[in-house]
Design a protein around this ligand. Structure first.
Ligand SMILES: Nc1ncnc2c1ncn2[C@@H]1O[C@H](COP(=O)(O)OP(=O)(O)OP(=O)(O)O)[C@@H](O)[C@H]1O
Length: 266
């Protein structure tokens, strides 16, 4: 396959979550992680899931990734039930989970093993392209332990993008980073989303972060996990997390969130 074809922008996917319920049973009993959750995510949308701990955000992300299956209901990608994990949906976590025995480019090339049609030279070129996209051109041969937390997350992002997925799933990817590093990454992820046209689902506890990044913020509440509210974020990009307009949305969403927390303690 010519490299230009491999690197081209591919059509992002549409996701439909229809009446999904998911229980987990352990020695402590059964928890309803999601109850009757329905949601449509359009092609190329950037959607953030927000809500208190235990409201099922990660469970829904894992169902879309194909790592969990619903007990009832269905998760569809472009109208087809999600059969399991696949390179069309790549995941990025809070912990970078990079391989310490491989250097930076080795880690990105590793995820290209999912692409058997590429030879080693092509894998190298593709990995370099994505490391350039995340601004790590000067670190391709660095060891993982030499990198800062932000740089490690950049490698993890390049690794998730490299198989050219149609959906990028991000589970609190910036939660462990300091504020300055996070702000740089907010700018970069918005630029990458505009350039690569992925459908992105981004899970966070941070309301401001969700407003800064999402076209839409989906608010969950726990026990059982449900979608309570959705907010369209109509702000121009690139967005500045410290802007007054952004703060307006954050205040509104935070006050709804506090209301659910109060309800759950009554
Ligand atoms: N594998 C599992 N086994 C048992 N219980 C689970 C499992 N995965 C999730 N749960 C439970 O399901 C509920 C939803 O968990 P989930 O991780 O989806 O929530 P979350 O909103 O992502 O939380 P957090 O923000 O803390 O990551 C929680 O009560 C959690 O304890």
């Amino acid at each position: 396959m010519p490299l230009t074809e491999e690197l081209q922008v591919i059509a992002p996917a549409k996701l439909n979550i229809e009446n999904v319920t998911k229980d987990f049973t352990s020695r402590r009993g059964t928890v309803r992680a999601l109850e009757n959750v329905s949601l449509t995510i359009n092609e190329g949308e950037f959607v953030c899931f927000v809500g208190p701990s235990g409201c099922g955000k990660s469970t829904l992300l894992n169902i879309i990734a194909g790592l969990e299956t619903p007990d009832s209901g269905v998760a569809l990608m472009d109208g087809v039930p999600i059969p399991g994990p696949g390179r069309d949906r790549m995941m990025m976590f809070q912990e970078h989970a990079l391989f310490p025995w491989l250097d930076v480019i080795g880690n990105v090339m590793f995820s290209l093993k999912l692409k058997p049609n590429l030879n080693d030279k092509e894998r190298l070129e593709v990995a370099k392209y994505y490391l350039h996209l995340v601004k790590l051109d000067n670190f391709i041969h660095a060891n993982i332990h030499e990198l800062s937390g932000g740089m490690k997350q950049r490698v993890a992002l390049a690794r998730a993008l490299a198989p050219n997925p149609r959906v990028l799933l991000m589970d609190e990817p910036f939660a462990a980073l300091d504020a300055m590093t996070r702000e740089q990454l907010y700018g970069d992820i918005q630029a990458i989303w505009e350039k690569r046209k992925k459908t992105i689902i981004f899970v966070t506890h941070n309301v401001r972060e969700s407003v800064c990044l999402g076209n839409r913020v989906v608010l969950f509440s726990p026990h059982p996990g449900k979608i309570r509210e959705q907010y369209e974020i109509d702000l121009p990009r690139p967005r500045d997390i410290n802007s007054v307009e952004l703060a307006g949305y954050s205040v509104q969403i935070t006050s709804a969130l506090k209301g659910y927390e109060k309800e759950s303690h009554e």
